[in-house]
Design a protein. Sequence first.
Length: 311
Amino acid sequence: MSAFSAIGEEREIDQDEFTPGLEPQPTWCPGCGDFGVLKALKGAMPQVGRTPDETLLVTGIGCSGKLSSYFESYGFHSIHGRALPVARAAKLANPELEVIAAGGDGDGYGIGGNHFMHTARENHDMVYIVFNNEVFGLTKGQSSPTSPKGHESKIQPGGNAKAPVRPLSLALASGASYIARTAAVNPNQAKEILTEAIEHDGFAHVDFLTQCPTWNKDAKSYVPYVDVQDSDDYDFDVTDRREAADMMHETESALYEGTVLTGRYYVDEDRPSYTQEKRDTGALPEEPAAERYFDEDADWERSADLMHRHR
């Protein structure tokens, strides 16, 4: 049992516990894929045995940022592109907390792209859900990092001139140890993938295709979709980086040609998380910093005393 009395309590958990009493009904546009993320996340939490008091959800700016308002847990609504550094700090202070970060494709792959790359590189133990609708939805449909080349918007009536980023490939190259793509139109797979991602010890990146019927008519509803694990047309080893990279490239190319591929793409269970590596080298104390706030007899140390003096 942690000093945080809610953490470590053994009991049966109902997904309705994750529906807040203050703002239970989301106000996203009708048909928005964000509803699918919320439903899948609520369904995944009881599967991993976590309660609202054991969970922190950090969100960025955009339509996806409202997720923390509609999900009962500890929450932090950060500024644009900064969900990951906030989530990392919370996880380092209290490793027993289940930390989930969420943001849109503009928030995560554009404005917060540097944080995405380095959080994956360091393999922090958390889940990062990216609502990928291929536009900046909250600010009325401007092209985002994942918008296809030629995508027309109010500020680009002649079409987007840039090729989209490849989020799965970017996550792999950066060092994420769990990488998957799912879609709001595939709720069963979405819940299963989020469950696996939360249980994974390391940085889990989930690219979540979320249709935007208001501002992105091109993407429609991401249907029909194909689960690469269930299809006989795709056979690759999710533990092999080279095979995973090839499958990711095929998936990211096919999306803009009208074929929606989803599933698990890469899983590395052997790589230690950032917290574990720091503990192994003595750079991080075994007792979490957050615990000391609840211990009147704790000996507080200056940060300089925890570091090796320069020689």
